[in-house]
Ligand binder design. Sequence first.
Ligand code: FAD
Length: 475
Amino acid sequence: MSRAHNVVRESTEALRTGVAGEVFVPGDPGYDQARQTWMLSVDERPAIVVEAESAADVMAAVRFARSYGLRIAPQGTGHGARPLEPLDSALLLRTSRMRGVRIDPEAQTARTDAGTLWQDVTAPANEHRLAALAGTSPVVGVTGYTLGGGLGWLARRYGQAANSVTAAEMVTPDGQLVRSDPDHEPDLFWAVRGGGGGVSVVTALEMRLYPVPEVYAGVLFFPLQRAADVLHSWREWTTSVSDEVTSVGRIMRFPPLPEVPDQVRGKAFALVEAAYLGDGAAGAELIAPLRLLGPEMDTFAAIPAPALGQLHMDPTEPVPGLGDGALLTDFPAAAIDALVALAGPDVDTPLISVEVRHLGGALSRLAPGAGAQPTIDASYLLFHTGFAPTSEAAASIHGHAQAVKDALAPWHASYDHYNFAENPVTADAVLLPDSYRRIQQIKTRYDPDDVIISPHPVLPVLAGYTATKVVTRWS
Ligand SMILES: Cc1cc2nc3c(=O)[nH]c(=O)nc-3n(C[C@H](O)[C@H](O)[C@H](O)COP(=O)(O)OP(=O)(O)OC[C@H]3O[C@@H](n4cnc5c(N)ncnc54)[C@H](O)[C@@H]3O)c2cc1C
């Protein structure tokens, strides 16, 4: 057991009595459950875990960590835990008990406590015919997703979730609870909107909602053998659609697991998934050219906005996931052929899903008063994932994923998306250069001792030079 573990064990009693939530150190019953993230492929052993129940608990935990020289890793669900550095000498600050949501139908806004999941917001918002800028999974945390940008089914029309945040409350590394909005703490307000979680611990977010009671959305399933044909047609189709359409072209090998629905269990498909902000008649007309390709299954229908949470078929229970992504400047015919050659019908691959998301629309326009991700400077986003219960499986997935990335290197943008980079890279690899420079200044001002740990670290500017750190867990 490390020195940090011993020091913490002796000092935790005061913290236990000072918080409404729970505190765990190694050896405590409940420690293993408290440290477990949604990503079962991650095995962190923090010096201490605090499950906060309130902003006051977060303040107490931050002050405790500072007094004992521990760094702090804020975490909601652990969906984004893969790139985190080892937490052996850190305090894992879980917010999963803080799941409050308040919808203001008049103002068309939501206020979410730090541990809120998207499904906690989309259902009550829909009661007022409003939609939030949720991602594809209903059980991803609002906070982590939004801090990393937040690309969902309404993205080409309304942009990233981060740029719809109107205020954030947070505990700064010196233990103060502050509110940030355009008129208060503007630097912190800018940083939380897309710059990741590296400068403070967020306790609540406030965000705009949009009048979207219903969408026309669904999935076209084609046999995997038709992957090239389907992806070429989908890509061509994306060049003509309006900002009301956000879509994904995908190759999917459904695992033979009991929790996977019968119709797709153990089978492989080329898919087109899309959501259209409009009525069924216009939607049907819109997807007619893709329907003409003759899908084997077609689930398109008018659905309530919260049902978008099922469209992408993300697992809702924890999995040993291993994925990574890349922003692409384009996805032309040669890129499609390269992708199909490595993930299509003629190969044996452990990649369960290889998807390409269509960007552009509002994502390519400067959002007024935007935060750290003012635009996305790319037209498509590649993401691939597999299940890695063992290190051999992880190595195999990593090899296949890297081959796909290498083949698409000619179209790789100059940086990647914060939320879809699951490799441990620093934040300069997942933010535009101007944004990285500004967030570095903010980190230096608010967290000069680099107390807050984040998946894509921002390195404070040290006196006289700019620190660089290359993290090489996989390479
Ligand atoms: C199945 C799946 C589907 C996904 N779909 C999408 C998608 O459609 N669009 C998209 O953009 N992304 C998507 N992602 C990526 C996801 O948005 C990121 O992994 C995100 O970080 C998850 O946030 P979380 O709070 O659930 O995870 P966590 O692992 O709990 O948090 C991730 C990071 O966010 C920061 N953070 C979390 N809470 C706080 C806090 N209170 N204060 C300060 N920092 C905090 C921390 O740096 C933390 O390490 C998906 C991921 C998965 C696994």
